[in-house]
Ligand binder design. Sequence first.
Ligand code: ADP
Length: 598
Amino acid sequence: MTAPTTILVVDDEDDVQPLILGLFRTKIKQGLYSFRFVTSGREALQMLEQDNTISLVLLDINMPELDGLTVLSQLPALNPLLTTIIVSAYGDIGNIRTAMNRGAFDFVCKPIDFDDLQVTLDKAIQHSVQVRETYHLRGLDALKTRFFENVTHELRTPITLILSPVQQLLQRYSETEELHRKLLTVERNAQKLHQLINQLLDLAKLEAGHLSLVPIPGDLGYFIEQITQAFAPVTDGSALTLSYENSLTHHYLFDAGKFELIVHNLLSNALKYTGEGQIAVRVAETDMGIELIVRDTGIGIPPEKLPYIFNRFYQVDQTVSTQSATYQTNPGTGIGLSLVKELVQLMGGTVAVSSQCKGPESGSVFTIQLPLPVVGQSDSALKAAAPRLFVNGPSLGLESLAMTPPTPSTDESSPVVLLVEDNPELGAYLSDELQESFRIMLATDGIEGWQIVRNELPDLVLTDVMMPGMNGYELTDRIKSHLETDHIAVLMLTAKATQQNRIEGLQHGADDYITKPFDIDELRLKMQNLLLRQQKLRDRYYRQFIRKDPAEEPAPVQNTFILRLNDIIENHLDDSSFGVDDLAREIGMSRRTLHRKL
Ligand code: ADP
């Protein structure tokens, strides 16, 4: 049996209670309705605060002290799922309108017509059930998205541990052709896994309506060229040519991550379903924005299947033979095109396809039209409007790379880096990789990390986000909100690729972030850049501190630590007994911390 619908009746007239109990006697007996009665607005708010089984409120507008309209406006804060029926006098249209505008579901007028009340109550109960179901479903959706996010997080760390070492092995040990080839296979497949995981995550987010656009201004033509060029090695040794034509003359506002997914998916498909012939990518301006066309001379899609290829998990089931090969045409997941379509729609555009699957003219053309805002002139487009043909060939420059394994840095002048990472394997890998250029300290969670930060004042903290105990955001918050530690650069290692997560990291004061799986060289570069920036800042503070001629001075740096230090020293200039210990005490740090901070 389901629980009764609990209805709160708020009315200052005494005769309402017996009337309602009489009228709904049967429903109460059957366990369908259960009523609560109060006679003032104040009591109503109290009751609602205590009893969360109430889902419907029958609320009189005209009450002394706290009137119905005021009560109504306070209800969403108490329980956003409440459904309210207003009780008012005939002709009191002004109040009724206000009540409806404040979220009341319906109204009945006094003197109450009980048939009308019965119908209105039934309708309101139905509405209330729907509201609750939607709320519940939304909760489930959020849960599903979180689950996807967490699974993705779990998958990304091991993929980083495959990708990064293999990329390095590729660089270091390429003496034998066979080894090199096998490593390339490992790398390619790990990349594929990485892409799939990203797509799953995006799909989950799209479904839950959590994927939003993050447009930035840029040279879209050049951006697409780079993505296309990345596919050139795949055509290596095959009878395929890949060309690109860019006639954009402007810069546009576009979401790079989502654009990459779209182009990547269309190009992967074109390559997958074209054994030999041509794949051509073209981007051009239109009246509304831009048009992107990916054309291939592949096996094509049967006309009866065309309407379905954008459906999720749909795959055309066919085996096709050409002169050079036989394809089983479903080596994918059926996710790619549905993601393309949803992303294009999210951007306010359309995607269309035309295809021929028979004869010498077989092939497919995918056309995307997007309304994109123009933000300026493009330089690359001015240079090259003619199509570019990507020459086949390996893209790895192997000759110039070091073959010797790294040795740990014992150099006292190398920067101290604290690595906060709860995955021991990733921690070990990173410290192995970085110890050549940095002195590495390891912590396995935020709490331990914070202790080391306070005691050792490292130059840079490289921290994971998701960790037990204290997570990376909290650790960053602490580092950036303490005078002793706020100068330390923080680089976040985030497994979540969403822009929101990155922004969250930056909002907590992180200086930069890198997404897993990452390229170890990129990580090193980011760390070095941050340290360089710190060094520049240090030089600036130093100059400001020692130079007393204002004409020479650059714009003064507003740093609380430097300002306080300056103040304290100036106050004790004539006190010859004032020493380092006194200075440390006045600024509230240990002598050692003060020394390191300085
Ligand atoms: P999949 O992972 O199977 O490629 P998609 O959603 O990307 O999933 O594509 C759905 C189906 O559409 C594919 O299984 C394939 O049969 C067909 N398809 C997509 N692009 C092409 C193309 N360029 N040429 C021929 N068939 C294609």
